[in-house]
Design a protein around this ligand. Structure first.
Ligand SMILES: Cc1cc2nc3c(=O)[nH]c(=O)nc-3n(C[C@H](O)[C@H](O)[C@H](O)COP(=O)(O)OP(=O)(O)OC[C@H]3O[C@@H](n4cnc5c(N)ncnc54)[C@H](O)[C@@H]3O)c2cc1C
Length: 409
């Protein structure tokens, strides 16, 4: 975008947060500019594992312990609302993003399984029966992997092609009247009434500004940047698998995440490639041999895929918070933000985008609730970020290797 323009709201970042905020603002009659440094869905939203799950990154037993039963229940309800919003948006705006039902959380140790089952117990106490419990034999049968001790499985949630979802939201936003400016980086925000957003080649004046830059925020707002740890996560897609090999893997079309230290998450694409998410790293510095790294993780889960070719590898940056819960709020009466979904934004980020829009247009209980939690700066400051990711990567790899050697999984 060049020159000066005036809008009711300027939203920065065209990932799920910014796209959904823009769509819901325009639907309520506001004139919205959505500025994106690269292209729609260029960030985590176009590169993620596509798992749309219930719950938050922090599971119910820990939420109850940390915040009490009532707040834990509220977090759960928000996650249910996020899955419902996904289905509503796809239906309302005819978004085809290859949704397939079924997410299975698989445990690699007995104590991890006990934790998953405690989580399911609490959820069932809310009067819902969304989880099926699987013993070791059925988990191995359903996952096709020999390494799991048990699992919980739900079918209303599932997995998607993440970039198709981002494009679908962008099309809906444009149709609702949002002006999307790709290749347009915001370089400064002046908080005033109206606010001014300086771009590399122009300026937007707006009554409200929404920040949805997540792990790519960098120096645009230093106080928010201190509260997140940007971490890269990498995935690999195998070659198209023949029918016989494919049938040894996941049963049906479900996706899986597991409780190993590296947190493997995987699914099959409609054309029968296995897409495995696994390895973590430092933003901007992919591991020396990413393919070898990903192959190690694929072999860990599926030893029988040793000879399968990897066709693609890629990574993206996600933002973690110290609490492992989303950081949502206002930096000024007309400057709102959301970030730090800690690897769990496919459902939650679009819902939070809706909350941001509602908080601007009238009020939003969800925005008030999520905004009521105090988010502390990530420990160690800017200089310890890279070493802490390196240490974490070493620790998870070593722990997984020891588990494998000691327990054969
Ligand atoms: C590899 C990977 C796998 C994941 N897997 C899953 C999963 O399976 N399930 C799940 O629930 N979550 C997953 N996540 C997390 C999920 O993708 C994110 O939580 C979610 O996409 C965050 O959306 P967002 O819109 O907040 O941020 P992003 O999608 O990262 O969007 C931020 C955008 O802001 C733009 N931007 C930044 N600065 C500026 C600026 N100054 N001016 C203009 N634009 C700017 C960026 O270019 C970017 O496009 C994964 C993340 C990664 C990286």
């Amino acid at each position: 975008m060049e020159g000066q323009k005036r809008f009711d709201v300027c939203v920065i970042g065209a990932g799920y947060t910014g796209l959904s905020a823009s769509l819901h603002l325009a639907a309520q009659g506001l004139d919205v500019a959505l500025v994106e440094a690269h292209r729609v869905g260029w960030g985590a939203s176009g590169r993620n594992g596509g798992q749309l799950g219930y719950g938050m990154t922090v599971m119910q037993p820990e939420l109850v312990r940390r915040f009490g039963a009532e707040a834990a229940r509220r977090f759960w309800d928000i996650s249910v609302e996020s899955v419902e919003l996904f289905h509503h948006l796809c239906e309302r705006h005819s978004i085809d993003c290859d949704f397939r039902p079924g997410t299975m959380a698989c445990a690699t140790t007995q104590s991890n399984l006990d934790h998953l089952l405690r989580h399911a117990d609490i959820v069932e106490s809310y009067g819902t029966d969304i989880y099926r419990r699987l013993d070791a034999a059925s988990t191995r049968e359903t996952s096709g992997s020999p390494i799991y001790t048990g699992a919980i499985l739900s079918y209303r949630a599932g997995h998607i092609n993440p970039l198709k979802y981002a494009f679908g939201l962008a099309r809906a936003a444009e149709k609702a009247g949002v002006s999307i400016f790709e290749g347009t980086r915001a370089i400064d925000i002046q908080v005033a009434e109206p606010a001014k957003v300086s771009l590399e080649t122009g300026e937007i004046t707006a009554d409200y500004v929404v920040l949805g830059c997540n792990g790519y925020l960098q120096a645009l707002n230093k106080s928010l940047a201190k509260r997140i740890l940007p971490v890269n996560n990498y995935q690999a897609a195998t070659e198209v698998l023949d029918e016989e090999t494919r049938n040894t893997l996941l049963k049906g079309e479900i996706c899986i995440w597991d409780t190993s230290n590296s947190v493997h998450y995987f699914r099959l694409t409609p054309d029968n490639r296995l897409v495995m998410g696994c390895s973590i790293g430092i933003p901007g510095r992919p591991p020396g041999n990413l393919e070898r790294d990903c192959r190690r993780h694929i072999n860990y889960v599926y030893p029988n895929l040793r000879d399968v070719k990897i066709d693609y590898t890629w990574g993206g940056t996600l933002a973690g918070t110290r609490s492992r819960l989303p950081d949502v709020g206002r930096l000024a009466p007309n400057l709102l933000y959301a970030q730090g979904y800690t690897g769990h934004g496919v459902g939650i980020a679009p819902l939070v985008g809706k909350y941001l829009a509602n908080a601007i247009c009238a009020e939003s209980d969800g925005f008030e609730f999520l905004g009521s939690f105090d988010h502390k700066n990530v420990l160690g400051g800017r200089f310890l970020r890279t070493p802490s990711i390196i240490v974490y990567r070493l620790m998870t790899n070593t722990r997984d290797m020891l588990t494998r050697r000691l327990f054969g999984r």
